[in-house]
Design a protein around this ligand. Structure first.
Ligand SMILES: Cc1ncc(COP(=O)(O)O)c(C=O)c1O
Length: 388
């Protein structure tokens, strides 16, 4: 099967078991909304995935399986070639999802009641997973310097000291404010964490989505000392739109920590990824690079369309350094997030994610997922512009 890459094609995703399309909010009088909330893409995965899954389905035997050496080599190659990151095979742990891995890590390395730090606004399941594991959530809000969001290192360290924080969940690149943390910022985070014995859990699921002039540094690559203090979560699921197949990885250099996390993962009863997931992961890391490079160019065009279209309106787009999630400042509308959501849902027929969901600093903002065909994006923007 030859690959024809065309991200302009609109695919019907309604009634396909898609959370994004089928979980329409129960708000009266909403029509056919364009869903731009959950972080998955409206594009087909590379054709290599279809081929791999067809092969699996044709064989039609789904007995117990395992992660083979080729799988690990393909994963290593991807990160080495894209991020100059030399991962060792023994450092890799396969897990069904990033949040599964973070949760197992929390249980392995902290105790009930321990404090875990996050930087809000941030991907809200971080908060849920801390609370659901009966740990104490500590927040250091990001600060906006008029141009971009930054970590307030003074507050960051104070919060760690005051609460005897044991773990920091870093979102790198950061969802939802689209920051790709600089080397210096990551070094500063790590320095404070190491000084106070705070383990870093670095969620790098968005690390492939980095736009021109920005560079993602896996924090664990910055020094040996940082590597020893870091658990990194990575996945092909955002990159290649495979969330429904479930596959992710933890990379843990520190042997003692790794053994504890492996035990914690084992304690969940999880055994191994499914056969379709294993074959899909191999397929994308073997054959998906051209597709992904094209995707990144397309998403960058989408970002530029979004910025251009909203300039001079009451909605402004936060500079996007990475991810496909745009952070829209809607404060000039003088409405609460709940009311903006309703306005967009009922009058613009567009469904965005409320900024307030992401914690402190999210009020007055909306998150827009721009991983869709340009025709859809332009339609949504037009409809939003008509109501603001
Ligand atoms: C920062 C971040 N981490 C984790 C996830 C979810 O990953 P998974 O489905 O592998 O748990 C998302 C999904 O949007 C995300 O944005």
């Amino acid at each position: 099967m030859k690959e024809t890459i065309n991200f302009n094609i609109i695919h019907n995703r309604k009634n396909t078991g898609s959370v994004k399309y089928d979980f329409i909010p129960k708000v009266p009088n909403i029509k056919d909304v364009i869903p731009m909330w959950v972080a998955d893409m409206d594009f087909k995965s590379p054709v290599a995935v279809e081929q791999a899954l067809q092969k699996v389905a044709k064989h039609n035997i789904y007995g117990y399986t395992y992660i083979d050496d080729e799988y690990l080599s393909l994963l290593q190659n991807w990160y080495k070639s894209r991020m100059s990151w030399n991962i060792k095979k023994e450092e890799i742990l396969s897990i069904p999802s990033v949040m599964f891995g973070i949760s197992a890590t929390i249980r392995a390395l902290t105790k009930v009641g321990d404090s875990i730090l996050v930087s809000q606004p941030v991907y809200y399941p971080f908060m849920d997973i801390v609370k659901d594991n009966d740990r104490k959530l500590v927040v250091s809000p990001l600060v906006f310097n008029g141009k971009k969001y930054e970590i307030d290192f003074k507050d960051f360290e104070i919060k760690i000291k005051q609460n005897k924080v044991k773990m920091y969940i870093l979102c790198s690149p950061h969802n939802p404010v689209s920051r790709v943390w600089t080397k210096q910022e990551l070094l500063s985070i790590a320095k404070i964490c190491i000084k106070h014995n705070v383990i870093i859990v670095s969620d790098e699921i968005h690390s492939d989505f980095v736009y021109e002039n920005y560079k993602h540094y896996p924090v664990c690559t910055l020094s040996k000392k940082i590597a020893e203090n870091t658990i990194t979560a990575i996945a092909p699921t955002k990159t290649f739109n495979l969330a429904g197949l479930q596959a992710a990885h933890l990379v843990i250099q520190n042997k003692k920590i790794r053994e504890k996390v492996i035990k914690s993962v084992n304690a969940t009863g999880f055994h191994v990824l499914t056969k379709p997931a294993i074959e899909a992961v191999k397929a994308v890391y073997r054959d998906g690079e051209t597709w992904f490079n094209e995707l990144l160019k397309y998403l960058q065009q989408n970002r530029d369309i979004l910025v251009k279209e909203f300039s001079g309106t009451k909605v402004s787009v936060q500079d996007m350094e990475g991810t496909y999630l745009a952070w829209l400042n809607c404060k000039q509308l003088n409405l609460s997030c709940g009311d903006i959501e309703k306005l967009f849902l009922k009058k613009a027929d567009v469904w965005l994610h409320k900024g307030s969901t992401f914690g402190i600093g999210g009020e007055g903002y909306m998150r827009l997922n721009l991983a869709c065909p340009q025709q859809t994006l332009k339609k949504a923007i037009k409809q939003i512009k008509q109501v603001i």
